[in-house]
Design a protein around this ligand. Structure first.
Ligand code: NAD
Length: 260
């Protein structure tokens, strides 16, 4: 018996990065998956590769935008239709926005970051929690960031949205713990995904690898994190084992956020 046998889990932003790494980890532990992303081509590649690697996993894909309420309703209803229940939601889709000092930050971009990172996570909980209430069981992992527990220079919209994710996580825990629904957030530090590669390109367009090496120096482990390292923690929080950890924001950052 594997940990996630007969369990169905929705992953938003599943086509690459942290979402895809979690999909692999959960499929390897027996989960049936709904993979949701707005990058249709990449999503279809991801699903094909997973199906090849984990032939017993049932996988459906939903192309959609996590900041669009109707698309969120659709990923919830299609999951219920395919698997009869929703055991877990990995509310992961998010964007970094553009880096700029606070008073110069592009307001249209600010609103876009809030729409995806904050409203997308809210809609996910709003339309999945009622299904979990019927089952009297559910696990939700929202993706915050170290930027959800600390300030990050030149990333005001991202920091605002990720603090909000951490706050909404506490509320969901308070309001729905009585229904058997456990909600936590993760706060990754710098993890080597396409999003972070892009951030290093912004910091040093001529030599992004130098920006990465410089950044790694300040981490207690002297390296960046790997998506697989985040996926292991996510799998724990989505499992039965995490039954009394509720409303927490768990840093996965090599200890960096402890540094003064
Ligand atoms: P990524 O850019 O590598 O992958 C994100 C995926 O989400 C992509 O497949 C993208 O198409 C999809 N996506 C983005 N917006 C979407 C939307 N509105 N609807 C549907 N799909 C959407 O990013 P990542 O590094 O894997 O980040 C995943 C999450 O982790 C984000 O919420 C991010 O803020 C958070 N995070 C990442 C790091 C890190 O170091 N990589 C650190 C802290 C937090």
């Amino acid at each position: 018996m594997k940990t996630f046998d007969q369990k169905s889990i929705i992953i938003t932003g599943a086509a690459m990065g942290l979402g895809l790494a979690a999909a692999k980890e959960l499929a390897s532990q027996g989960a049936n998956l709904t993979l949701m992303d707005f990058n249709e081509a990449q999503l279809s590649d991801a699903a094909d590769n997973l199906t090849r690697e984990f032939s017993s996993a049932k996988i459906i894909t939903v192309v959609g935008d996590a900041s669009n309420e109707d698309d969120v309703k659709r990923y919830a209803s299609e999951t219920e239709k395919a698997f009869g229940r929703i055991d877990g939601l990995y509310n992961n889709a998010g964007i970094e926005g553009k880096q700029a000092p606070m008073i110069e930050y592009d307001i249209k971009m600010f609103k876009k970051v809030i729409d995806i990172n904050l409203m997308g996570v809210y809609y996910g909980m709003r339309y999945v929690i009622p299904v979990m209430q019927k089952q009297k069981y559910g696990r939700i992992v929202n993706v915050a960031s170290v930027g959800g527990i600390r300030g990050v220079l030149n990333q005001v919209a991202y920091v605002a949205s990720k603090h909000a994710v951490s706050g909404m996580t506490k509320n969901a825990a308070l309001e729905y713990g009585k229904d058997g629904i456990i909600t936590n957030a993760i706060a990754p530090g710098a993890i080597l995904t396409p999003m972070v590669a892009e951030a290093f390109r912004e910091v040093n367009p001529d030599d992004p690898k130098a920006a990465e090496a410089e950044y790694a120096k300040r981490n207690p482990t002297r390296r960046l994190g790997l998506p697989e390292e985040v996926a292991k923690v996510v799998a724990f929080l989505l499992s039965e084992a995490a039954s009394y950890v509720n409303g927490q924001t768990i840093a996965i950052d090599g200890g960096e956020s402890n540094m003064y």
